[in-house]
Design a binder for this molecule. Structure first.
Ligand SMILES: NC(=O)c1ccc[n+]([C@@H]2O[C@H](COP(=O)([O-])OP(=O)(O)OC[C@H]3O[C@@H](n4cnc5c(N)ncnc54)[C@H](OP(=O)(O)O)[C@@H]3O)[C@@H](O)[C@H]2O)c1
Length: 332
């Protein structure tokens, strides 16, 4: 099969098309002929050598794919209600930048009705992450307010849409007025350009002084102290990335006084059973929103993965330019 390899750690050009042996599905797994592979920020970190591959995962980058089932563990397929030839999208721990990809059956979901493979490939990584962090760890409830840092990111556009569809008020931050406008169009109630306004003051004002109930934070660093300042009593801060640094200096007294919960998680190294449970919840609670059109694909660009230079290099360069709004997808 053709695949995109990280030939050495470095700039996007280290991503090169290579030939690799076809992978083989084992117990509880299926093999997908990949039509499209989603690109995520963690792939960029992996390419730079900052995100080690979990034990047992493919060294190839790529955490999500969509395509057709071409072989697999018959019993596991039958139990999950899949058959050969079905179109699925899958969350994987690596190996997504390839024409063929093995995935645990438990981490596969049907391509939603009316969605193309390219659109479906943009789903798993951000939907599993947002569901697990905003709803399971952060316990966001209908009627509560969610603050999303980085509203125009792949994660952000997913969080905006699910949170709105499930009845929350959504405030986002983004780094330009255009990005703020795009977030509002996706349903965000308020968008704050963090380069020109202070999100702490804005969030307090927008909530009538009460503060936000849940924060989805992909920045950390000095954002933590500021988030704690604009959180409501019994608020939950969920950290999913540390783009602003791993160290935080904050007022612990506020955590006690407001009874805050500070939590976080990283999805990739979690076991198949954990990810399978998220897949079940998504299928039940979120897939109907995708099929009804309440939640829409937000794809900024697609690139042909093969070729020399690989479209994967262009995709990574675009992601690092931070010009994109939503997702970037590779097609095969
Ligand atoms: N923990 C997990 O399991 C998990 C899983 C998937 C992804 N992640 C993390 O989630 C983040 C988003 O991933 P992605 O694939 O959606 O990447 P992405 O589309 O490239 O998004 C990165 C975003 O970070 C925003 N950002 C950077 N500095 C900011 C700041 N100071 N304030 C507000 N926003 C800021 C950028 O927005 P502006 O251009 O507007 O600044 C950009 O939209 C990444 O850091 C990724 O590593 C974590």
């Amino acid at each position: 099969m053709k695949a995109i390899e990280i030939t050495s750690y470095g700039a996007p050009e280290v991503l090169r098309a290579v030939e690799r042996p076809d992978p083989v599905a084992g117990v509880g797994e299926l093999l997908i002929r990949v039509a499209a592979s989603g690109v995520n920020r963690p792939d960029v970190l992996q390419r730079k050598g900052h995100y080690p591959v979990p034990p047992g995962a493919s060294d190839l980058p790529g955490l999500e794919v969509a395509g057709e089932i071409v072989s697999g563990d018959a019993a596991a397929l039958a139990e999950a209600g899949f058959k050969m030839g079905d179109r699925v999208c899958a969350l994987i721990a690596g190996g997504g930048y390839a024409e063929l990809c093995v995935a645990p059956v438990a981490q596969c979901l049907p391509v939603p009705k009316g969605w193309s493979d390219t659109e479906a490939a943009s789903l798993p990584e951000t939907f599993f992450t947002v569901w697990s962090n905003v709803f399971e760890r952060g316990h966001l409830q209908k009627g509560e307010t969610l603050l999303i840092q980085g509203g125009s990111s792949g994660i952000g556009v997913t969080a905006i849409q699910i949170a709105k569809a499930l009845g929350a008020t959504v405030i986002v931050t983004a780094g330009s007025d255009d990005k703020c406008e795009a977030c509002r169009k996706l349903g965000a109630d308020h968008a704050i350009n963090y380069r020109t306004s202070d999100f702490v003051e804005e969030a307090k004002k927008l909530t009538g002084g009460k503060g936000v109930d849940v924060v989805l934070d992909m920045v950390a660093g000095d954002y933590v102290a500021r988030e704690i300042e604009c959180m409501a009593e019994d608020g939950r801060l969920v950290i999913i990335a540390v783009q602003g640094g791993v160290k935080a200096d904050f007022n612990a007294g506020l955590v006690l006084r407001k009874r805050l919960v500070i939590t976080g998680s990283t999805l990739r190294p979690r076991p198949v059973a954990f990810k399978g449970a998220i897949a079940k919840a998504l299928r039940e609670k979120v897939w109907p929103l995708l099929e009804s059109g309440a939640v829409k694909p937000v794809i900024h660009s697609t690139f042909a993965a093969g070729g020399e230079p690989s479209g994967a290099a262009q995709a990574h360069a675009l992601m690092e330019s931070n010009q994109h709004i939503g997702k970037i997808v590779l097609t095969w």
